[in-house]
Write a protein that binds this ligand. Structure first.
Ligand code: NAP
Length: 255
């Protein structure tokens, strides 16, 4: 699919990588409908999109809310005058060891069910609801070709302190295969990009020591940038023969 033909929803487009993807789509003359719980961030994305050849539309969206997803998808289709894709990017972290023993007190702490539910609710259920409703909309309107890009993570391979995040991102990569098979008859491709450690507000909030140690372990010698991930997202959108696979883009860092 040509970028200039894109009428694509970008979830989590009020920050980090989602904003970068939406602006790149607009630069190429395409349209992006960005949704995010961060309304201040959405306004900043709209401001940054001013003067670009394509158009960015923005509205609040909580991907974990089924009714909100349905109304957002209908609004996005209406606003862009069509809908032929999704960058399934909204995500959160609620890290913690499943079971932790405090070195000094000996107290045993467990990952809370709230931490588990929050991450599964946004990163897996939310991403699934959005994919479902975007595809349903394309099928109802007989729109083809279409493309879905799931943003997974290299944590999909397993990572200490991230049981919830790993479960969600691994499931998203697995369902990239499932959905590529299910949606092929509708002319819709599905691919995934699994970033390593990327410079965004998500990683800027990390403990500095842990962040430095992780960056030091990256073979290419630097943290990734949203543009590094955009190159892969763009490939998934543009390559009509790419389907059902997940690309790890991590500078060689493996977990
Ligand atoms: P980010 O800057 O935190 O952007 C994510 C955006 O999603 C934020 O604006 C966030 O809002 C929003 N969001 C959270 N919950 C939402 C919900 N229920 N509905 C809609 N939007 C919601 O993070 P990023 O680094 O750009 O991450 C983008 C994607 O890449 C995520 O799926 C993340 O898991 C994945 N990823 C990131 C890295 C990395 O190193 N940065 C690595 C691998 C994968 P709030 O700020 O209000 O929470």
């Amino acid at each position: 699919m040509n970028l200039s033909d894109c009428k694509i929803i970008v979830s989590g487009g009020g920050s980090g990588m989602g904003r970068h993807f939406a602006l790149r789509i607009a630069e190429a003359g395409g349209s992006a409908a960005v949704g995010d719980v961060n309304e201040v961030g959405l306004a900043e994305t709209l401001e940054a999109a001013k003067g670009k050849p394509g158009k960015v539309h923005a509205r609040r969206l909580d991907v974990s809310d089924e009714a909100d997803v349905a109304s957002f998808v209908a609004w996005a289709r209406e606003s862009m005058g069509g809908l032929n894709g999704l960058v399934n990017n909204a995500g959160i972290l609620r890290d913690g060891l499943l079971v932790k023993k405090d070195r000094e007190t000996g107290n045993v702490k467990k990952l809370s069910k709230e931490q588990w539910d929050a991450v599964i609710g946004v990163n897996l259920t939310g991403a699934t609801l959005l994919a479902r409703d975007v595809v349903a909309s394309m099928v109802e309107t007989n729109t083809r070709p279409g493309v879905i890009v799931n943003i997974s993570s290299i944590a999909r391979h397993g990572n200490r302190g991230q049981s919830n995040y790993t479960a969600a991102k691994a499931a998203l990569a697995a369902n990239t295969v499932t959905w590529s098979k299910e949606f092929a008859p509708f002319g819709i491709r599905v691919g995934a990009v699994a970033p390593g450690m990327i410079e965004t507000p998500m990683t800027q909030g990390m403990n500095q020591k842990a962040r430095d140690a992780l960056v030091a372990a990256i073979p290419v010698g630097r943290i990734g940038l949203p543009e590094d991930i955009w190159v892969a997202v763009r490939f998934v959108i543009e390559c009509d023969y790419f389907n059902g696979r997940t690309i790890d883009v991590d500078g060689g860092l493996s977990m």
